[in-house]
Design a protein around this ligand. Structure first.
Ligand SMILES: Nc1ncnc2c1ncn2[C@@H]1O[C@H](COP(=O)(O)OP(=O)(O)OP(=O)(O)O)[C@@H](O)[C@H]1O
Ligand SMILES: [Mg+2]
Length: 271
């Protein structure tokens, strides 16, 4: 791999070409060309309703584009299921957490949206001679991840009893069960207390240090500036800027998109 070749780096990440997503007559996303490299931290920002979550849905396979092509790792994944994309390393979390409230925290880690784990557990069915060992290994891995995010003490408690911030941490840990190479985090820090936020920032930095690429949606600009290596700005479904933080903060179109509407660029707060 030649990491100094930007073409190679871009091919390893995600690339969109003429991608649009329409809901009825309303076009929520309309991206001409966009490459997000696989490594480092990319922030996806934009006003409420700009299309950030829809773009994550498109990248992760939770919705299919009305037009255009999406590539991941150089492969056309436009019609691939979320499971397949996750198995190839492209994994996302949700703006509104999707934990199984009635299950314990550890069971949330072991079942559900876990393509990688499914695969390992499914394989174990056909290899009964070491199925118990495999399941123990998966469980140990899950407990290690819970330890990393600070949830090991509540592993056996019902996930429904977790705070909003703990649910965000559980979603992150669950996403890590898939061993992502590229992780899409939709507003991971929205509505969490400062301690959880600091933990999330540390976790993101730690992941990036081990080579995982992180793309995150965030409304708080100082946080974006502190964490991101590059910023993609969406406005009304279109990419209006894309580049390093210092260039983005000086970009006239970005300032207009954020500050043009009365000095406020976030109109609602997410839970
Ligand atoms: N399933 C859907 N059907 C119809 N319209 C939709 C659907 N999903 C999203 N939209 C619309 O598409 C636009 C983009 O929504 P999206 O959730 O992607 O925005 P966002 O940038 O994530 O906003 P926020 O910052 O509030 O999370 C919005 O106008 C939204 O109402
Ligand atoms: Mg959103």
């Amino acid at each position: 791999m030649n990491s100094s070749n930007p073409r190679v780096a871009a091919e390893e990440g995600v690339e969109l070409s003429h991608v649009s997503k329409a809901f009825g007559g309303f076009v929520a996303v309309d991206v001409d060309e966009l490459s997000i490299p696989r490594t480092g931290v990319t922030a996806l920002i934009g006003p409420n309703g700009a299309g950030k979550t829809t773009l994550f849905d498109l990248l992760s396979g939770f919705t299919t584009p009305t037009t255009g092509t999406i590539r991941h790792g150089g492969r056309d994944v436009t019609t691939q299921s979320p499971d397949r994309r996750a198995r190839a390393g492209l994994v996302r979390t949700f703006q509104l957490t999707r934990v199984f409230e009635r299950l314990s925290v550890i069971d949330n880690m072991l079942i559900g949206t876990l393509p990688g784990t499914h695969l390992r557990l499914a394989t174990s069915v056909f290899r009964p001679w070491h199925s118990a060992k495999r399941q123990r290994m998966v469980r140990e891995h899950a407990m290690d991840l819970l330890e990393n995010v600070g949830l090991v003490a509540v592993a056996d408690l019902s996930a429904g009893g977790l705070s909003g911030g703990q649910k965000k941490l559980l979603e992150l840990a669950r996403a890590l069960m898939c061993e992502p190479s590229m992780l899409l985090l939709d507003e991971p820090m929205a509505g969490v207390n400062p301690a959880v936020r600091e933990r999330l920032i540390d976790l993101i930095r730690g992941l990036v240090a081990t080579g995982v690429g992180v793309v995150f949606v965030e409304h708080d600009l100082p946080r974006v500036m502190a964490l991101a290596d590059r910023i993609v700005v969406l406005d009304r479904g279109k990419v209006i800027a894309n580049g390093p933080p210092d260039l983005i903060s000086a970009d006239a179109a970005v300032i207009e998109a954020y500050l043009g509407g009365g000095g406020e660029w976030k109109k609602t707060s997410n839970p």
